[in-house]
Write a protein that binds this ligand. Structure first.
Ligand code: TYM
Length: 340
């Protein structure tokens, strides 16, 4: 973790921030849509990444499982290359400023704005027995996460775009009401990999919570299982390996291969021209398995080192809290809360 020096604070580097909910394991979708970009950005930005465990409470969870999954996610992010020497990495619930700012932002957000969010509607339909306040308030907490650190750039997959737009609206509204307070952040949605789809239904996004294990790939999955899942990935009629709207299955595989290998879809199409689906599916599986092999190995080693995880997380939270206090103090003063 970077030292707490004036130099760090005054650094000209821009701030990049993002989070991930600890459910299931980090998927290929999370990796290509977000985590891979976090890893690349940490050299050029003051980077802040966190496990969004407060967000995870919006769906009922088994407490001991949530704790285990949160720790496992921390190790998975480290194994994916998030380097605590370069980035702040912590558990959201250990930095109380997130929740505190969320309350103040709640009072500056309209019910109509959160209730129209697509994810709220989807999750309400999925968890009809538990449409809790947190589920609707989720994007406001996300806005607080982002605005607390005066973030410039938020690297996410396409499914978070609507939440980012709401964050910008809240920031602009607050600035207009109380004077310049928050930086209005930009999203970074990667050109390749912003929406990786399920291997079993390529018309829907790959999701950590998909009950069908054949639909998702985890960054800590073993080689044989990854290859097997790609071999049984749903493809389309015909045999051409081309990126086309009427070929969602093959297009998804082309996207995955291109994002993993750093190629364009056109290059992938040329590489596999005239070859069958079977050959292509195997090649994609092998490329993904090769990418994830060192991640799985690092993960297994890191997970055993509980002291390292604890110290890193504590250090990350302490630093994040120190930075977050500045914005929070400013906000409290602006809205008229007492400070002595
Ligand atoms: P979460 O945990 O659902 O996903 C973490 C990141 O992975 C991206 N992602 C995908 N990208 C491509 N293809 C997919 N199939 C796919 N599935 C997920 C997500 O877009 C996300 O970037 N609300 C956030 C967590 C969060 C956050 C924040 C993010 C909380 N506070 C502040 C940014 C800034 C979420 O639930 O992500």
């Amino acid at each position: 973790m970077a030292e707490l020096t004036n130099e760090t604070e005054k650094s000209a580097k821009k701030v990049c921030l993002s989070g991930i909910q600890p459910t299931g394991t980090v998927t290929l979708g999370n990796y290509l849509g977000a985590v891979q970009n976090w890893q690349n950005m940490q050299n050029d930005f003051n980077s802040i990444f966190f496990i969004a465990d407060l967000h995870a409470l919006t769906v009922r969870r088994d407490p001991s499982e949530l704790k285990q999954t949160s720790l496992s996610f921390f190790a998975q992010l480290l194994a994916c290359g998030i380097n605590p020497e370069k980035s702040m990495l912590y558990f959201q619930s250990q930095v109380h400023e997130h929740a505190e700012l969320a309350w103040i932002l709640n009072c500056n957000t309209y019910v109509g704005e959160t209730s129209r969010m697509t994810q709220f509607k989807d999750k309400s339909a999925k968890h009809a027995d538990n449409i809790n306040m947190g589920l609707m308030d989720y994007p406001v907490l996300m806005a607080a996460d982002i605005l607390l650190f005066q973030s410039d750039l938020v690297p996410v997959g396409i499914d978070q775009k609507q939440h980012l737009e709401l964050t910008r609206d809240i920031a602009i509204r607050f600035n207009n009401l109380y004077g310049e307070t928050f930086k209005v952040p930009e999203g970074y949605i990667p050109p390749m990999g912003a929406k990786i789809c399920s291997l079993q239904d390529p018309t829907v996004k790959m999701s950590k919570s998909d009950p069908n294990p054949k639909a998702t790939i985890s960054v800590i999955e073993d080689e044989a299982s990854i290859i097997k899942k790609f071999k049984s990935a749903v493809t389309d009629s015909g045999s051409e390996i081309v990126m086309r709207e009427d070929k969602p299955g093959v297009s998804n595989l082309i996207t995955i291969y291109a994002a993993i290998e750093g190629k364009t879809p056109a290059q992938v199409e040329a590489e596999f021209a005239g070859q069958g689906y079977g050959t292509f599916k195997l090649a994609v599986g092998e490329a993904v398995a090769a990418k994830f092999k060192p991640i799985k190995e690092d993960y297994e080693r890191l997970l055993k080192d509980k002291t390292f995880i604890e110290n890193t997380a504590k250090g990350g939270a302490e630093y994040a809290s120190y930075i977050a206090q500045k914005t929070l103090k400013k906000v409290k003063k602006k809205v008229g809360l007492i400070s002595f």
